[in-house]
Write a protein that binds this ligand. Structure first.
Ligand code: ZN
Length: 186
């Protein structure tokens, strides 16, 4: 009986979520104007252990995890680097690839990402790196026949993104009784 109880509490604790998997900010963070260089010690202090593992050690978050679920449920907005706040992606280029990780077909600010070839899995993959802080973000794959304008899939770790919901998302509530309001042009 006691063993069963202990086991139950262990499971309950493990599944309990303390906070959101992707940090959400109320407004756009200040953009870095130059390259962001820090020591490993400084990065360890600023980042969560999981963010450090991904950004600084080219780790990968678990597929289909809480991060992916949160990402799929997020509305319009902009995604920033959790390491240095550089703008990386927006919901405009977001698409559902069903791969288990946040996917975009293009970065929003090409000048904030750079590419390296890595052979960690024994074959060449194009690594996507934040140009400002050199943090590992994920990989980009091409020619997979997704119905997107670029046929590219930026497979990105949501753990290393910060999300700022679009202003319109918050205003929806206030504007609901205004039925004559013109629909926003896309
Ligand atoms: Zn960065």
């Amino acid at each position: 009986m006691l063993v069963a109880l202990v086991a139950f509490y262990a499971v309950a604790e493990e599944t309990e979520k303390s906070n959101t998997a992707i940090e959400v900010l109320a407004k756009a963070p200040e953009q870095p104007t130059d390259f962001v260089k820090k020591t490993d010690e400084e990065w360890k202090k600023e980042l969560t252990p999981e963010q450090y593992r991904i950004l600084r050690e080219a780790g990968t978050e678990p597929a289909d995890g809480d991060v992916y679920k949160e990402f799929k449920n997020q509305g319009g907005g902009t995604y920033y680097c959790a390491g240095c706040n550089a703008e990386l992606f927006t919901s405009t280029e977001k698409f559902d690839s069903h791969c288990g990780w946040p996917s975009f077909y293009d970065p929003s600010k090409a000048r904030n990402v750079k590419y390296n070839v890595d052979y960690h899995l024994g074959y060449a993959r194009t690594e996507v790196v934040c140009k400002r802080c050199e943090g590992h973000l994920g990989h980009v794959f091409e020619g997979e026949k997704f119905d997107t304008p670029t046929d590219k899939r930026y497979c990105i770790n949501g753990t290393v993104l910060k999300f700022v919901p679009a202003k319109d998302e918050g205003k929806k509530v206030e504007a609901t009784d205004d039925k004559t309001k013109e629909k926003k042009k896309e």
